[in-house]
Design a protein. Sequence first.
Length: 574
Amino acid sequence: MTLRSKFVLILTALVLVASLAAKVPRRIKAGANTNFPPYEFVDEKGRINGLSVDILRELEKQSRLRFSFEKDDCYTIRSKFEAEEVLMLSNMIRTPALEKQFLFSHPYTTVYYSIFTRSNAPQYASWQDLNGKTILLESGSSLADVIRQKTDNVRIFHTAGSAESLERLANGTADAVVLPKVQGFYLISKLNLDNLSESCVLGDPISFCFTLPLGYGELLQMLNRELYKLDQSNKLRSIQNKWFGIYNSDVTSLEAHNRQYRILLFAMLLSLGIIALFLFFSYKRLRQQRRYLELQVAERNNYEREYYQRHQLFISGPIVFLKWNDARRDMFESISDNFSMFGYDPRDLISGRLKFNSVIHPDDLERVLQERQQNLAKSEFSFFQIYRIICPPLPGHDPGFEVVNTWHYRNPVLANNNLAHIRWVFDYTVALPMESSSTYQYYGYILEISAQKRIESELLKQHQAAQVAINTKDIFLTGISIEINSPLNALIGLSRRLSDLNLDEDQKAAMQIISNSAMHLKQILQQIHDFLAILKGSIGSVPQWYVLKRLVEPIIAEFQIKIASKRLAFEHNE
């Protein structure tokens, strides 16, 4: 070999070593998803922990590889990895689409994915059962690619982490959550989500791999060699047993099973002790519980009896319940059976064969519709209306009156009847706006008030008759006062003229009595006139001082005349 060839060979070796040193950094920054227990999470002491972390730490012990961890949520770590701010990710699912973007190591664990749902929700048995459903998934998870490959039209909503996905599922936000079986059981137990359960395990297991950017093939080969050594030394299986326990179906570690058996035995002994204490205290409380149950049964019977009575009132009572909306116009969604008391079949209103507008009296229909629109325009969503409805004749009622010809075309029930009834109803309605601001959902009830209207009509007639009698009385009293006032004025005038003549003392006293009596009578007529004016509201009363002697003296004078003719004694004291 010539000197030139040796120089080229040495130069090539130096370039290869430099290239290898550039591609294999001394310390590799690995992204750690802190929301992915038990694979990766931050423990109580603030340290990064989990299955993949233990594997990387074991790789450090047996190789020159060194790792540092960048802790954050899945979405942020994924973004940093794509920007190569983080050199390696763990717990990635290997898919054909992702293989075009990244490098994947040999799998270090296999994961069974399960569908988790609420316990009382429909259960799923395969990927296809998720079509049309809403799935919660951790943002940045590579599982989204698998779900889109396995299903057709699943709605995926992303969350900050798997724990948040399960909590929102428990609150009814979505239909299901797809998680690794181990992680799902781990978080459900830790968060005490008792209303969640596993619906099914989805197909074959999925492998988790370490992922590197393209161009780091030498680092990937080194990583694969170290993983192979870790697997051959059974250290990989030991790490899996540590974190998976009884959740993983392929665990065969005797140490893990022995630990589980000891825990199970201790739990059984503790359970037996608790059961013994429970039976001891239960024996003492047996009579109290029995009495309590008897009271509960009695209360339940009373409740059922009351519910039955209310149900009967709803079915056959005097109140008719209605429900409809603008979208279906006059076709009711529901109506109580007791609407038949008006002579109509409720099923005709639900099917649309009979329009409710044709039941309303034509003279009231326009007013009813206008009032409803005015209330809605003023945002008054609860209101009442009083109107008349047309009813076919019913047995036991009066024959009614002849049907107007135009009603036959509006109301098919009246087409076979020549007679009809008019009934008054009280309609209370509550309108609830629907998704569109121009449509409403209506709830209401109808109560017949025909008897009340008849009583009101009779009271109105009696009131009018009483008013006529009062007016007649006022006219009569007014006329009487006028007719009496004219001769009374003549009498007062003549008495005054006679008083001016030469009369003896007895004649003057008699004329004075006549004059006072006439004036008293005139005052009575004036009082009658004032009283009528007060009743009409023309004048009011004004309190004032009055000398009682002026009122009493004319009365005494009249009595003295009457008593003198009967020869009776009359005395008075002021």
